[in-house]
Design a binder for this molecule. Sequence first.
Ligand SMILES: *[C@@H]1O[C@H](CO)[C@@H](O)[C@H](O)[C@H]1NC(C)=O
Ligand SMILES: *[C@@H]1O[C@H](CO)[C@@H](O)[C@H](O)[C@H]1NC(C)=O
Length: 505
Amino acid sequence: MDPPGDTAAAAPQFQQRQMWMWPRREVFRREDGGFGLTRTRTTRACIFNIMTLSYICVILSLFILEPLARNSVQDHNSEIDLPRSRSDEQSTLIASIPSASKDVVSTMKIKNTKRSKVHWCYWRPHMFTPMNILRDEFGYNEEVDIKAGDDWDLIFGGYTNCGDKKFDWKMETGLNKFLGEQGWDKLQPHQVWFPCMGCKESYCNKRDLCLLMKEIDPNYCFSLPDDRDRLLENMRVAEGQSLKPQLWVLKEDYPDKHLHMGSGVRFIKSEMELPNKQDQSSGAFLVQPLVNHKMGSDTWKRRHELRMYVCVTSTTPLRAYTYTVTGTFASAQIDDANPVDPCSIDTHGILVRRELGCQINNTFSSYYSFDDFSKYVEITESEKQNFLTATNRLIGKVLLQSQPKIQNHTVNKGIATSGAACFSFLRVDFAMTEAIEPYIYEINEFPFANEKGHLGDVQRKAYRELFQMIGLDQVPIVASERSKYEMDHLGGWSPVVIDDVLINK
Ligand SMILES: *[C@@H]1O[C@H](CO)[C@@H](O)[C@H](O)[C@H]1NC(C)=O
Ligand SMILES: *[C@@H]1O[C@H](CO)[C@@H](O)[C@H](O)[C@H]1NC(C)=O
């Protein structure tokens, strides 16, 4: 999937700006060719001066040396929060002057030039579309060597590919380790990390999604062994109520399993097929009802899958947005005699359909706009609008529900403390039930980044408009002003949670 040559081709070409390796690299070469002092030096000089001189020194470091030193990444050793707004910033700045002996000023400053210094954590399935947009349209074309001490603006591609080893899920090697040792709270306010963290420990794995969903809808999902009794009760009720047998989906998942493409999924008809007590104690089994989908008539009487991109632009506070819904249909029509015919249930890509031996007809395997999809499943304009609102509400609730865990993540905490930024580009796979309600199947932390056809068009626009919304093409914005900026530059994104508040109540 990923020939080794790719990674080599992406080897960063950095410019060595460091001139002297003094103990703390206090003198460095500026980009304009001049020399500068880093903050440590400036600060230390200040402390050694007598009162009167320190005043001059503060002024000096404020207005002359600090701006020169701003591009050095070396000594970011202050723990001061970013002020809440510009006017706060100004008043804090003024208040700080008489007693300024620390780096009060430096952390409040945010780089005032556009960003371009990037490190690609390269893996082909996460790249190309977003990478090309960032490089060619947003000016992220200066590859830097962060471990060698270069300043950086953006790290893109995903932590799994930021290590020395492939799939560094635990962030133990390479750049992941380097940044962790440096301290995530030592990031700088202009720096942008992709993606925001914690999703794999919450809604991006099926088990934790199940636990979150149970809080929203108790019959969405049952986790074994805890919910066994409740599940059996539900199975018996369903059996008594319905003429058709209710089918159940049995899944196995846990945070580091990284299930994809519908693997690890089995259909069962009765409690006899549940895993035995011993298997259940692994705590990785989930059971969900196989929900009936809203279907059209004749040739469109088939199950479907909907996809929607979701972005998170801040975890503390939470801000999340969704993009247009697209839909695809199963290869085979529903066959009541064989309700678990894989071709009538599976809605994954062409590859999986081929593997299953399904007959592929582009009419059904393509992705449609939500308008076209709605036409095929025969719903009205107001049903469409209600469904979209309900979908945004549900996604907002899931994301909010996971906040205690997400905000607790070391990387996210560091980003919040330092005033740096993160963003995620997720994809939710879901369906429209018979009752025209959304039913979430999974949320992908790193959706395949190079879709083709209609889905590809939507994806490119979604990436581009996300990058515009968070101002990647602008001079960096302080954390407290990002929320307003995003709301003023939504493009096609719809807000679902803004500063911890659910929008579609
Ligand atoms: C695909 O399905 C449509 C709708 O049933 C049908 O009209 C078309 O002939 C099919 N195409 C192929 C290549 O089988
Ligand atoms: C937050 O993290 C700490 C330490 O890692 C842990 O003990 C605590 O349970 C976590 N809290 C939540 C809500 O996840």
